[in-house]
Design a protein around this ligand. Structure first.
Ligand code: DGL
Length: 252
């Protein structure tokens, strides 16, 4: 089984990509609903939450951990990789994907304030030498809207306009969705800002998961895959919310 972690429902957008790419694998999805949103927590707190969840998933038998949370990656991945030897694949804001598309266009990178403040993220941007054509926008409330199941309507549209219109969107071509919750809004963002093309790290991360499973000889090649769900250490028995969200992602 592969353990997939996020603070809440955001990582379902990566889980969706993973189940498409690896239909024979079993997955356990862990949503840290007791602590979401991570935006208002300290890096030390987040590190503790993430390590707890990772160890929980390992105890359940995870052969690999996927951090489906950019915030968790930026706070915890170096620490986890140093301390543990099992495979961990971690999503990060897809700024390289956006930068590689077209090197003359400006990039708007949206993420949580924790991700944008992290040295790991700053080093990633510096390594691509794109500081002069990237702007960062923190959208912590989008995580809260998603957790409340608000995916459209006046309030969320108003929030997106208010935050994004402070940038001259005509100058930008790509918007990086550097938080897995934001992928639920890709269509809405592209509808509201016609010249912005959204980019996320889900497909690249799913490809990386497959590559590592193959390399480590861990790929499951028979049977059909199952997904189980956990919320902050408790098994989820009423799957209604998760089924609805997975169907929503499948419909797009
Ligand atoms: N889905 C998480 C991410 O990718 C959201 C973090 C949060 O605010 O809880 O960053």
């Amino acid at each position: 089984m592969i353990g997939v972690f996020d603070s809440g429902i955001g990582g379902l957008t990566l889980l969706h990509e993973l189940t498409k790419k690896l239909p024979k694998e079993n997955f356990a999805y862990y949503a840290d609903v007791a602590n979401v949103p991570y935006s208002y927590k300290t890096p030390e707190q987040i590190l503790g939450f993430v390590e707890n969840a990772v160890l929980f998933l390992r105890k359940k038998g995870a052969k690999m951990i996927v951090l489906a949370c950019n915030t968790a990656t930026n706070v915890a991945i170096e620490y986890l990789r140093e301390k543990y030897s099992f495979p961990i694949v971690a999503i990060q804001p897809a700024v390289k994907v956006a930068a590689d598309f077209d090197d003359s266009k400006r990039i708007l990178a949206a993420a949580t304030p924790v991700t944008l403040a992290a040295n790991r993220y700053k080093n990633l941007v510096a390594s691509l030498a794109i500081e002069d054509r990237i702007s960062n926008v923190a959208l912590p409330k989008l995580v809260e809207f998603a957790e409340k199941g608000v995916f459209d309507g006046e309030e969320v549209e108003g929030y997106l306009k208010e935050q994004i219109e402070t940038y001259n969107t005509q100058d930008y071509h790509y918007m990086v969705l550097g938080c897995t919750h934001f992928t639920f809004y890709e269509d809405l963002i592209e509808k509201l800002f016609e010249n912005l093309k959204t980019v996320d790290g889900n497909e690249g991360t799913a490809n990386q998961v497959k590559r590592i499973l193959e390399k480590e000889g861990l790929l499951k090649t028979e049977g059909s895959g199952l997904v189980s769900f956990y919320e902050s250490g408790e098994v989820v028995t009423n799957l209604g919310k998760y089924v609805k969200l997975m169907l929503r992602l499948r419909a797009n």
